[in-house]
Design a protein around this ligand. Sequence first.
Ligand code: NAP
Length: 289
Amino acid sequence: MILMKPTYSIIGPGRLGRALARAIAASGARVAAIGSRRRVRLRGLSAPITLDPATAASAADVVLITTGDSDITTVVDRILSSRNSLDGRVFLHCSGILTSDVLEPLRSRGASIGSLHPLQTFPLPPPPPAIFHRTTFYFEGDTKARSAARRLVKRLGSSLHLLRPGDKILYHAAAVMVSNYQVAIFDGALKLLGRCGFSRADGRKMLSPLAARTTKNLTARDPSSALTGPIARGDLEIVRMHVGQIRKRSPDLLPLYCQLGLQAVAVARCRGRNRRLDEIARTLRGAAG
Ligand SMILES: NC(=O)c1ccc[n+]([C@@H]2O[C@H](COP(=O)([O-])OP(=O)(O)OC[C@H]3O[C@@H](n4cnc5c(N)ncnc54)[C@H](OP(=O)(O)O)[C@@H]3O)[C@@H](O)[C@H]2O)c1
């Protein structure tokens, strides 16, 4: 049974694990143990570190598994290999793509299981606990695990939404596009500025206000009204000039420019179809090869 004030263990003290451990401790709840596969020093955390996942699991009411996705099964196997009772314990993994099925063997030993994914990016060093105030968690799993997840998320100042297990992979692809691919696009833009002689540091300074404002616009309105620039204006000549210069000076980025341009055309078409957009799409498709 979940106690009034549950205790937490975290197995996998990486980017997300450290951020969660800090935020849970800052919220006044007890982090009973941290399971690691090697000795680590975790600044600002007093929880004991154990190299045995089973010890970490038996130390708390709610166990958060924050290893990489491919290591979750190893952790589950190690927990199962101990004789410790799992009755009444809740196990949540934080993978964005895997469902709670990967924890099923724990359920057959009496545990409740779920997947609890914060839709946020956590680099190192860990961001301050307040990051969770601006983070929404997505859950799928059994009823008891859902209650425990809801309680934890509330404690972190965030909110919980439910996901259908069959939707997790697409949900994760959407998250990857908006976060990781944005990083990849930014890097591509830095390379173009590099061809103009700007250092990466200068390029970052130049592009950051533009990236920040674009993100802000997207939080306030639909992409179809947030889109500005040559494709939104239907300016074929500018797109041709871009294609010509990228082909000449940074051809490796041409397919990316063209594919993203085609998606921008699709967004612009939400405002109404016109011939100039059709011509832009033809140009981009032709240049993409
Ligand atoms: N980072 C994010 O932005 C983010 C956001 C949302 C969700 N997530 C999810 O969180 C999970 C972890 O991602 P991450 O980015 O935090 O990865 P990460 O930085 O690589 O951290 C994984 C941690 O797990 C440890 N680990 C691996 N196997 C272990 C084992 N058998 N026992 C104990 N610890 C073990 C690793 O130890 P070593 O240091 O020894 O390798 C590392 O400290 C993933 O499922 C991911 O989808 C991450």
